[in-house]
Design a protein around this ligand. Structure first.
Ligand SMILES: Nc1nc2c(ncn2[C@@H]2O[C@H](COP(=O)(O)OP(=O)(O)OP(=O)(O)O)[C@@H](O)[C@H]2O)c(=O)[nH]1
Length: 388
């Protein structure tokens, strides 16, 4: 997108979405969608929030930031505009001219965020929570997701901003005991990546960055940005934890493009052979239509691998899984989508409509595991245990 081009305001695929329906229910449930924002130190997270807080996009977004650090100008402006006579310097809670709310976020628990949203003047359409640059998003994603049943928020997706100039170096940073580093975890856990600082890399460097990022996480939607300027429609309504098309909509959007581009150059699909990058690897296991028995065996396999960290029926430890996704078809016509973050996973049955909406490639069942040293062993073990 060009600098002076207005952002795309609404996701037309989501008729409920929009500024005219502030209490809309994006999931047919009275819950407020929440986006987690990750990215390594200096990648451009605050720049993205700054952009969102200033743009006229029509959403009432509550933005929870780690601190107001780089946004003192917003703070000053909003305080002046909302209450010109006020001398207050409070940075607890700011109402911005475009309807957004901004709050300082330090060790703020989910309950506190929910309370803040419930008490927000005029209501809130969306919540964005920025994590620190060195945060491992896995446990945080897991907590928000686990809280959904009981809470008022629903996790829409994880957006990760990447400094395209430095990310290869950051991904390669060694940690004690060959641990997966934070940058790798952030990429592995993301649903959408902004390959930011496009102005600081050559097209060849960008290509290398994108291919490395996709090797770590082949299920990503990728946007190339400068100063984190991505249309909200590309960041919101991802339904990453409930969307049957999550595995088939990987795409790249370059700044001048408004729509997903599925050309072979820009669209990457998960590889069937494991791909390794700095200790993180990914495997896609194609699944045939499963019988009832095979379906139960698959459930057992997932429980053993994700909960007990073992291959079923064996004492052998299996690789640490950071993220799992899948689409499973049964021979009785049912279809399920698998979403997993670390040991937490969910198999959600798709309604006929959702399944029809699955888009290209939904006919092929598959499971994708992203984790440390995930290899063919995982594929062989699953195939043998499930009997496919
Ligand atoms: N040249 C260039 N600079 C950028 C771009 N995006 C952000 N920056 C600059 O990069 C620096 C870091 O950006 P921030 O938005 O503060 O990064 P952050 O991810 O919030 O950083 P932490 O809070 O340290 O985790 C700032 O000086 C931004 O102005 C870009 O696309 N191009």
């Amino acid at each position: 997108m060009e600098d002076d081009e207005p952002p795309q305001l609404l996701d037309v695929s989501s008729p409920e979405a929009g500024p005219s329906s502030p209490t809309r229910d994006a999931y047919d449930r009275p819950k407020i969608p929440l986006t987690l924002l990750t990215g390594y130190l200096g990648a451009g997270k605050s720049t993205l929030l700054d952009y969102i807080l200033k743009e006229e996009h029509g959403y009432k977004i509550a933005v929870c930031m780690n601190d107001f650090g780089d946004t003192t100008d917003i703070e000053a402006k909003s305080l002046t505009l909302s209450n010109p006579t006020s001398q207050t310097t409070s940075t607890e809670f700011l109402s911005l001219p475009n309807g957004c709310l901004c709050c300082s976020f330090k060790d703020m628990g989910i309950a506190a965020i929910e309370e803040m949203v419930a008490n927000a003047p005029g209501g809130i359409d969306w919540v964005m929570v920025e994590l620190t640059g060195v945060a491992d998003p896995g446990p945080i994603v897991r907590s928000f997701w686990a809280n959904e049943e009981m809470g008022d928020l629903i996790l829409d997706g994880v957006v990760c901003v990447v400094d395209s100039r430095n990310v290869l170096k950051q991904l390669a940073e060694q940690r004690e005991g060959d641990e997966i580093n934070e940058c790798q975890k952030q990429v592995a856990c993301a649903d959408v990546i902004l390959l930011n600082k496009l102005d600081l890399v050559t097209p060849e460097q960008m290509k290398e960055v994108e291919s490395t990022i996709r090797t770590i996480n082949p299920t990503l939607r990728v946007h190339h940005t400068t100063h984190s300027k991505a249309p909200l429609s590309e960041l919101f309504n991802l339904r990453a934890f409930s969307d049957p098309t999550a595995l088939t909509t990987t795409s790249t959007t370059k700044p001048q493009e408004q729509k997903h581009d599925h050309s072979s150059e820009n669209c990457s699909h998960p590889s069937h052979t494991p791909t390794h990058t700095n200790g993180i690897s990914t495997i896609l296991i194609p699944l045939p239509t499963l019988s009832q028995r095979q379906w139960l065996r698959l459930n057992e396999f997932l429980e053993s691998v994700l909960w007990d960290n073992k291959f079923p029926g064996s004492k052998k430890a299996c690789p640490e899984i950071l993220r799992s996704k899948g689409y499973i078809k049964l021979d009785d016509g049912r279809a399920y989508v698998l979403q997993g973050v670390a040991d937490l996973f969910e198999l959600k049955e798709l309604s006929e409509n959702q399944d029809k909406d699955g888009g290209e490639g939904e006919g092929q069942g598959k499971v994708v595991f992203i984790g440390k040293n995930v290899g063919e062993e995982m594929k062989f073990a699953l195939e043998e245990f499930v009997g496919i």
